[in-house]
Design a binder for this molecule. Structure first.
Ligand code: ADP
Ligand code: SR1
Ligand code: MG
Ligand code: MG
Ligand code: MG
Length: 428
């Protein structure tokens, strides 16, 4: 099945495919070299198929294809291939805002549900794998903070105004099926009986059951879900976990934008922070002394937020106070030179502080939701799953659940330092 013109590729046919597409063949040095090309399928995500096509002379590209179902589940869970269009568009938009942290797209082929993009060559690896192996990435927080600030600010009404935001949202579309998937597996199933749910059993049976009767938490997750569904403030990545980032010690790239949609800023920030905290709690299940990596993970939480906040406000100061009524912070209110009355600069500072507080609160809420779903929902994380001793794994997971719950319930009161201290206390 699939749309007209769709054929699922394999390691042989992907070579013919690349040779037949001039822009792809060019990226591989020309179709005349086809005899030396080879392909390898490397998809280790939950949803799609990913081929590295090498030209035998040191060059390579990535061919990512979406089939009409969820890879890890199989044909019993159909999934729209429209997701590939959303991914291609979001990748290109994000590359425009932040070229140093998003790979370039060479081709989007709608009938084939294919994206061809830059190959992030070794030593780039998936961040989650690097963290599990014990690597520390000194530039990660600065890079992810920059990615978050530039993509979230750039696509928001602060940068482009309310009219342009409405048009951009309409042009991009809703990514309905992927949002519905998130609404199911993040915001609903972990707090209900669902066949997809699973956890380390019997160790966590009580904790999983407690989620289904926790009325405070149900209220918190439904509020988070409401904002996810109703707040279209900026174009988000939509699935920004540590498996969606490839890095070396000096470079960082964000990939896999297929869940992109216009939503609340904190959803992306929270996803990244959640995965740092999950990695932190997993550390006690590993052998050897991981204390310096634990410290780095928490420092990374703080530095990511600090970088994001500083850069976002800097962009706002440079570009956010705009002429006309469509500006989200119009000059008529915030620019004394344009006629704003009172202390316009102080008024802007106060509004920026309130705005950032709201984003931080959302980030904690979504971080908590994402930590919870990774312990009891359909899709877990290798950080925890790779802990073979079930009792040790359950101890780590129980702490992650406790931390996630407190993030969701106490989000409004927490500073970033409080959140880090909370994680440290729960581990002690
Ligand atoms: P999914 O949507 O199924 O999660 P991903 O986009 O996350 O797929 O890709 C799956 C895997 O393919 C990644 O974990 C990574 O190993 C590899 N991969 C994807 N894109 C690239 C790229 N641009 N360069 C190198 N490897 C990549
Ligand atoms: C079927 S759920 C698959 C999960 O993997 C993706 O990366 C998203 O996180 C999604 O929730
Ligand atoms: Mg992925
Ligand atoms: Mg994906
Ligand atoms: Mg599991």
């Amino acid at each position: 099945s699939g749309p007209p013109g769709f054929v699922a590729l394999d390691c042989d046919t992907v070579l013919d495919y690349c040779a037949a597409k001039p822009e792809v063949a060019a990226a591989l040095g020309g179709a005349e070299g086809r005899g030396a090309w080879s392909a390898k399928e490397v998809g280790d995500g939950n949803i799609n198929f990913v081929y590295i096509v090498s030209n035998g002379a040191g060059g390579a590209i990535i061919v990512k294809q979406g089939l009409p179902f969820v890879r890890v589940v199989g044909e019993s869970w159909p999934l729209t291939q429209e997701r590939v269009r959303y991914e291609a568009e979001a990748l290109m938009i994000a590359h425009g805002y932040c070229p140093q942290h998003v790979p370039e797209v060479h081709l989007y082929d709608a009938p084939m549900s294919v994206i061809v993009m830059r190959y992030l060559e070794p030593p780039h690896i998936i961040l989650r794998g690097g963290i599990i192996a014990g690597t520390v990435y000194p530039k990660l927080a600065a890079h992810v903070g920059e990615y978050l600030a530039t993509t979230l600010f750039g696509s928001s009404a602060l940068a482009i105004g309310c009219e342009a935001l409405r048009k951009a949202r309409q042009a991009f579309g809703q990514n309905e099926d992927m949002c519905a998937l998130t609404e199911q597996v993040i915001f609903t199933e972990p707090y209900a009986k669902a066949d997809n749910n699973h956890w380390t059993s019997p160790q966590l049976d009580d904790a999983a059951a407690a989620l289904r009767t926790d009325s405070e938490l149900k209220s918190a997750i439904c509020s988070l879900k409401r904002r996810f569904a109703c707040d279209g403030a900026a174009l988000l990545h939509g699935d920004l976990h540590t498996g969606s980032i490839m890095c070396t010690e000096s470079t960082t790239f964000v990939i896999d934008h297929e869940f992109a949609f216009y939503g609340p800023l904190g959803f992306d920030i929270g996803a990244f922070l959640a995965n740092l905290f999950l990695a932190y709690f997993a550390q006690d299940g590993y052998e050897g002394d991981r204390s310096s990596q634990r410290e780095w993970l928490l420092a990374c939480v703080k530095e990511t937020w600090a970088t994001f906040e500083r850069r976002f406000v800097q962009l706002w100061d440079e570009r956010g106070v705009s002429a006309g009524n469509a500006g989200l912070t119009p000059a008529a209110l915030y620019d004394a030179g344009a006629g704003a009355e009172g202390d316009a600069a102080a008024a802007l500072r106060a509004h920026q502080a309130a705005y950032m507080r709201e984003v931080l609160t959302d980030s904690f809420g979504y971080a908590g939701a994402k930590m919870t779903r990774r312990v009891v929902g359909i899709a877990h994380v290798a950080d925890l799953e790779s802990i073979k001793d079930q009792d040790a794994r359950a101890r780590c997971e129980r702490r992650a659940l406790a931390c996630g719950r407190r993030f969701m319930l106490e989000a409004k009161e927490l500073s970033i330092e409080d959140a880090v201290a909370m994680a440290e206390e729960l581990r002690a």
